[in-house]
Design a protein around this ligand. Structure first.
Ligand SMILES: [Zn+2]
Ligand SMILES: [Zn+2]
Length: 270
């Protein structure tokens, strides 16, 4: 059987506590999700990934933590793109960077058309003013992004069923966090319902999702202090073995990196 032609590409440009940036593109449009790295790195990524600047429709901000917004002022200045986010997050950004309201396009609960793609935001559980995850559709292809959430509710799972291309947080290993260098208060914050997703929880989410054929996953936002690539790989290999044994749909695992690009969904000709 031939693989389904994917109509979206997802490029995780940078991932981790030092800065996050992901680009979702179709043949005619692209959207940048979070700009927690410098504008120069993002424009370099667009060039290296051969994404024409004129097809980029806007910048979606999931929440106001600095590892997701550091590049906002420079990106507005250089590319003049609208910042697409929840009203309360927009207000925080206006105050922080002294930006006018004209720079923003607000997101409600409903889906919005961005170029030839449809974006559907959904609420997550994180210590920010109104944090969101994203799903994005084009034709038969669905992409999703869920990072920076302390827990995954039924509603969040509903949004992520049948996602072909998924960016999913696998932030920390529980043992490494417990015995690691963080203060007790910070450990509680990371582990809490408004913190981050552990490796084990990420695997549980993935096993609970209805998975389409040829699903690709990028495990993202990996902590440098409280996690290792090896541990995430070990768990995802174990989950894959379980999927095989159960006769369930498998997935291809990729891993986000602070500096290297991780691209999925690149099976079609643009
Ligand atoms: Zn973050
Ligand atoms: Zn955050």
């Amino acid at each position: 059987m031939t693989a389904k032609n994917k109509e979206l590409e997802v490029h995780v440009v940078a991932s981790g506590s030092k800065g996050n940036c992901t680009i979702i593109r179709s043949s005619h449009s692209a959207v940048i999700i979070d700009v927690g790295i410098s504008c120069r790195r993002i424009t370099n990524a667009l060039q290296e990934l051969e994404i024409p600047k004129h097809i980029v429709e806007g910048i979606v901000i999931t929440h106001e933590h600095s590892d997701h917004i550091a590049g906002v002022p420079q990106m507005i200045k250089q590319m003049g793109l609208p910042i697409i986010t929840r009203p309360n997050t927009a207000r925080r950004l206006m105050d922080k960077f002294s930006l006018p309201t004209e720079c923003f396009q607000t997101l409600g609960a409903k889906e919005v058309a961005i170029g030839d793609m449809v974006l559907q935001p959904f609420s997550t559980s994180h210590d920010a003013v109104d944090p969101i995850g994203i799903t994005c559709y084009k034709g038969q292809t669905k992409a999703g992004l869920l990072t920076d959430t302390g827990m995954v509710s039924k509603e969040m799972l509903e949004h992520l069923h049948d996602t072909d291309l998924l960016v999913l947080e696998a932030n920390y290993d529980e043992q490494m966090l417990i015995y690691g260098p963080y203060s007790p208060e910070l450990k509680r914050r990371v582990k809490g319902n408004a913190g981050h997703l552990s490796n084990v929880t990420a695997m549980k989410v993935l096993s609970a999702l209805r998975r389409p054929k040829d699903m690709e996953v990028v495990f993202a936002h990996r902590s440098e202090q409280n996690n290792s690539l090896h541990l995430v790989e070990q768990l995802s290999d174990r989950l894959l073995d379980w999927c095989k044994a159960q006769g369930q749909e498998e997935f291809t695992a990729h891993h986000g990196d602070p500096k290297e690009y991780t691209s999925i969904g690149i099976s079609y000709d643009i």
